[in-house]
Design a protein around this ligand. Structure first.
Ligand SMILES: N[C@@H](CCC(=O)N[C@@H](CS)C(=O)NCC(=O)O)C(=O)O
Length: 290
């Protein structure tokens, strides 16, 4: 019988071999750009550089909601950043997000173009710019912000913790899966109890807090994340499922999920978005049929 000796951390950690996980080629312990790469620029005031992961979907849902509500100033060009290919380390992208993570937005309607990174900051920027999807009433606005920031602090345990060890790590480590499954279920219970008495996260108004939380926890409740619906018994969080299904039916949400998507059914993949008509003519099923 071979016994593996327990890992003893060295005095100083060194970046040596790839760890074998799904993102082994992407992850690195240094920041900054790795290659020269200019970003394309389209005609609209808002330029989005992103991918349809949960963090990306929050922003495309918000932009589609703004357009659906008649805010024509929210017209946008959306370009794909393929994080598996290292696009986030190109010099143009690092200029707009020194943290090298999608999503990142440039607002070219300001005298000097404004860069906006971190999905929560982007949602708040757009909500304030257009006066939409953030309650005007101070107490309700505070509640929306409470939940927006809750999402920012909580989702790394769901994604970087549970999702990483359940779906992406090179081996199944019981300790890590246990720890993060427990925390993810606790978070789902937090949401479930809140949504038992509230239609939306900030009460009776749909807001950026719903968009942020739905992209992660709505996807989990609908069984779309990490194939973990059964493992985490997501159906038992009935109020979260009710809320997730309701939001999932919104036309802007259905459109927003398609933008910058490079996997899944071809009819749900709109790699780049430059015009509202692209949803009818440029999804990958239509491109393939040409
Ligand atoms: N806190 C950030 C997280 C963004 C994030 O983690 N983005 C991931 C995709 S979901 C990414 O770009 N990863 C690429 C990398 O880590 O190199 C936000 O909310 O915008």
């Amino acid at each position: 019988m071979t016994e593996t000796s327990p890992y003893v951390p060295p005095k100083v950690w060194k970046w040596e071999a790839e760890n074998g996980g799904t993102f082994a080629k992407t992850n690195r312990p240094i920041a900054g750009s790795m290659h020269e790469q200019e970003l394309p620029v389209g005609n609209h005031p808002l330029q989005l550089h992103s991918l349809a992961t949960p963090n990306g979907v929050k922003v495309t849902v918000m932009l589609e909601e703004l357009l659906e509500a008649g805010h024509s100033g929210a017209e946008y060009d959306a370009y794909v950043i393929k994080i598996g290919d290292g696009d986030q380390f190109g010099s143009g992208f690092v200029d707009i997000n020194p943290n090298s993570k999608i999503p990142a937005l440039v607002d070219r309607s300001t005298a000097i173009p404004t860069r906006v990174f971190e999905s929560g900051s982007i949602l708040l920027y757009l909500a304030e710019k257009f006066g939409a999807f953030l309650p005007k009433d101070h107490a309700k606005r505070t509640e929306a912000m409470n939940w927006l920031f809750w999402q920012m602090g909580s989702a790394p345990y769901l994604g970087g913790g549970f999702g990483h060890f359940y779906a992406y790590a090179p081996e199944k480590f019981e300790y890590a899966i246990d720890r993060f499954a427990m925390e993810t279920k606790r978070q789902m219970d937090v949401l479930d109890r809140h949504l038992a008495d509230n239609q939306y996260m900030a009460g009776d108004e749909y807001s950026i807090a719903d968009m942020a939380i739905w992209a992660w926890y709505g996807a989990l409740a609908l069984g779309r994340l990490y194939d973990a619906g059964e493992f985490l018994d997501v159906a038992s969080y009935k109020n979260v499922v009710r809320w997730a299904e309701e939001i999932g039916k919104r036309p802007a949400v259905i459109r927003g999920r398609k933008v910058n998507r490079v996997n899944g059914p071809l009819e749900d993949q709109l790699h780049e978005r430059h015009d509202a008509s692209d949803f009818d003519t440029k999804t990958q099923d239509k491109v393939a049929a040409e």
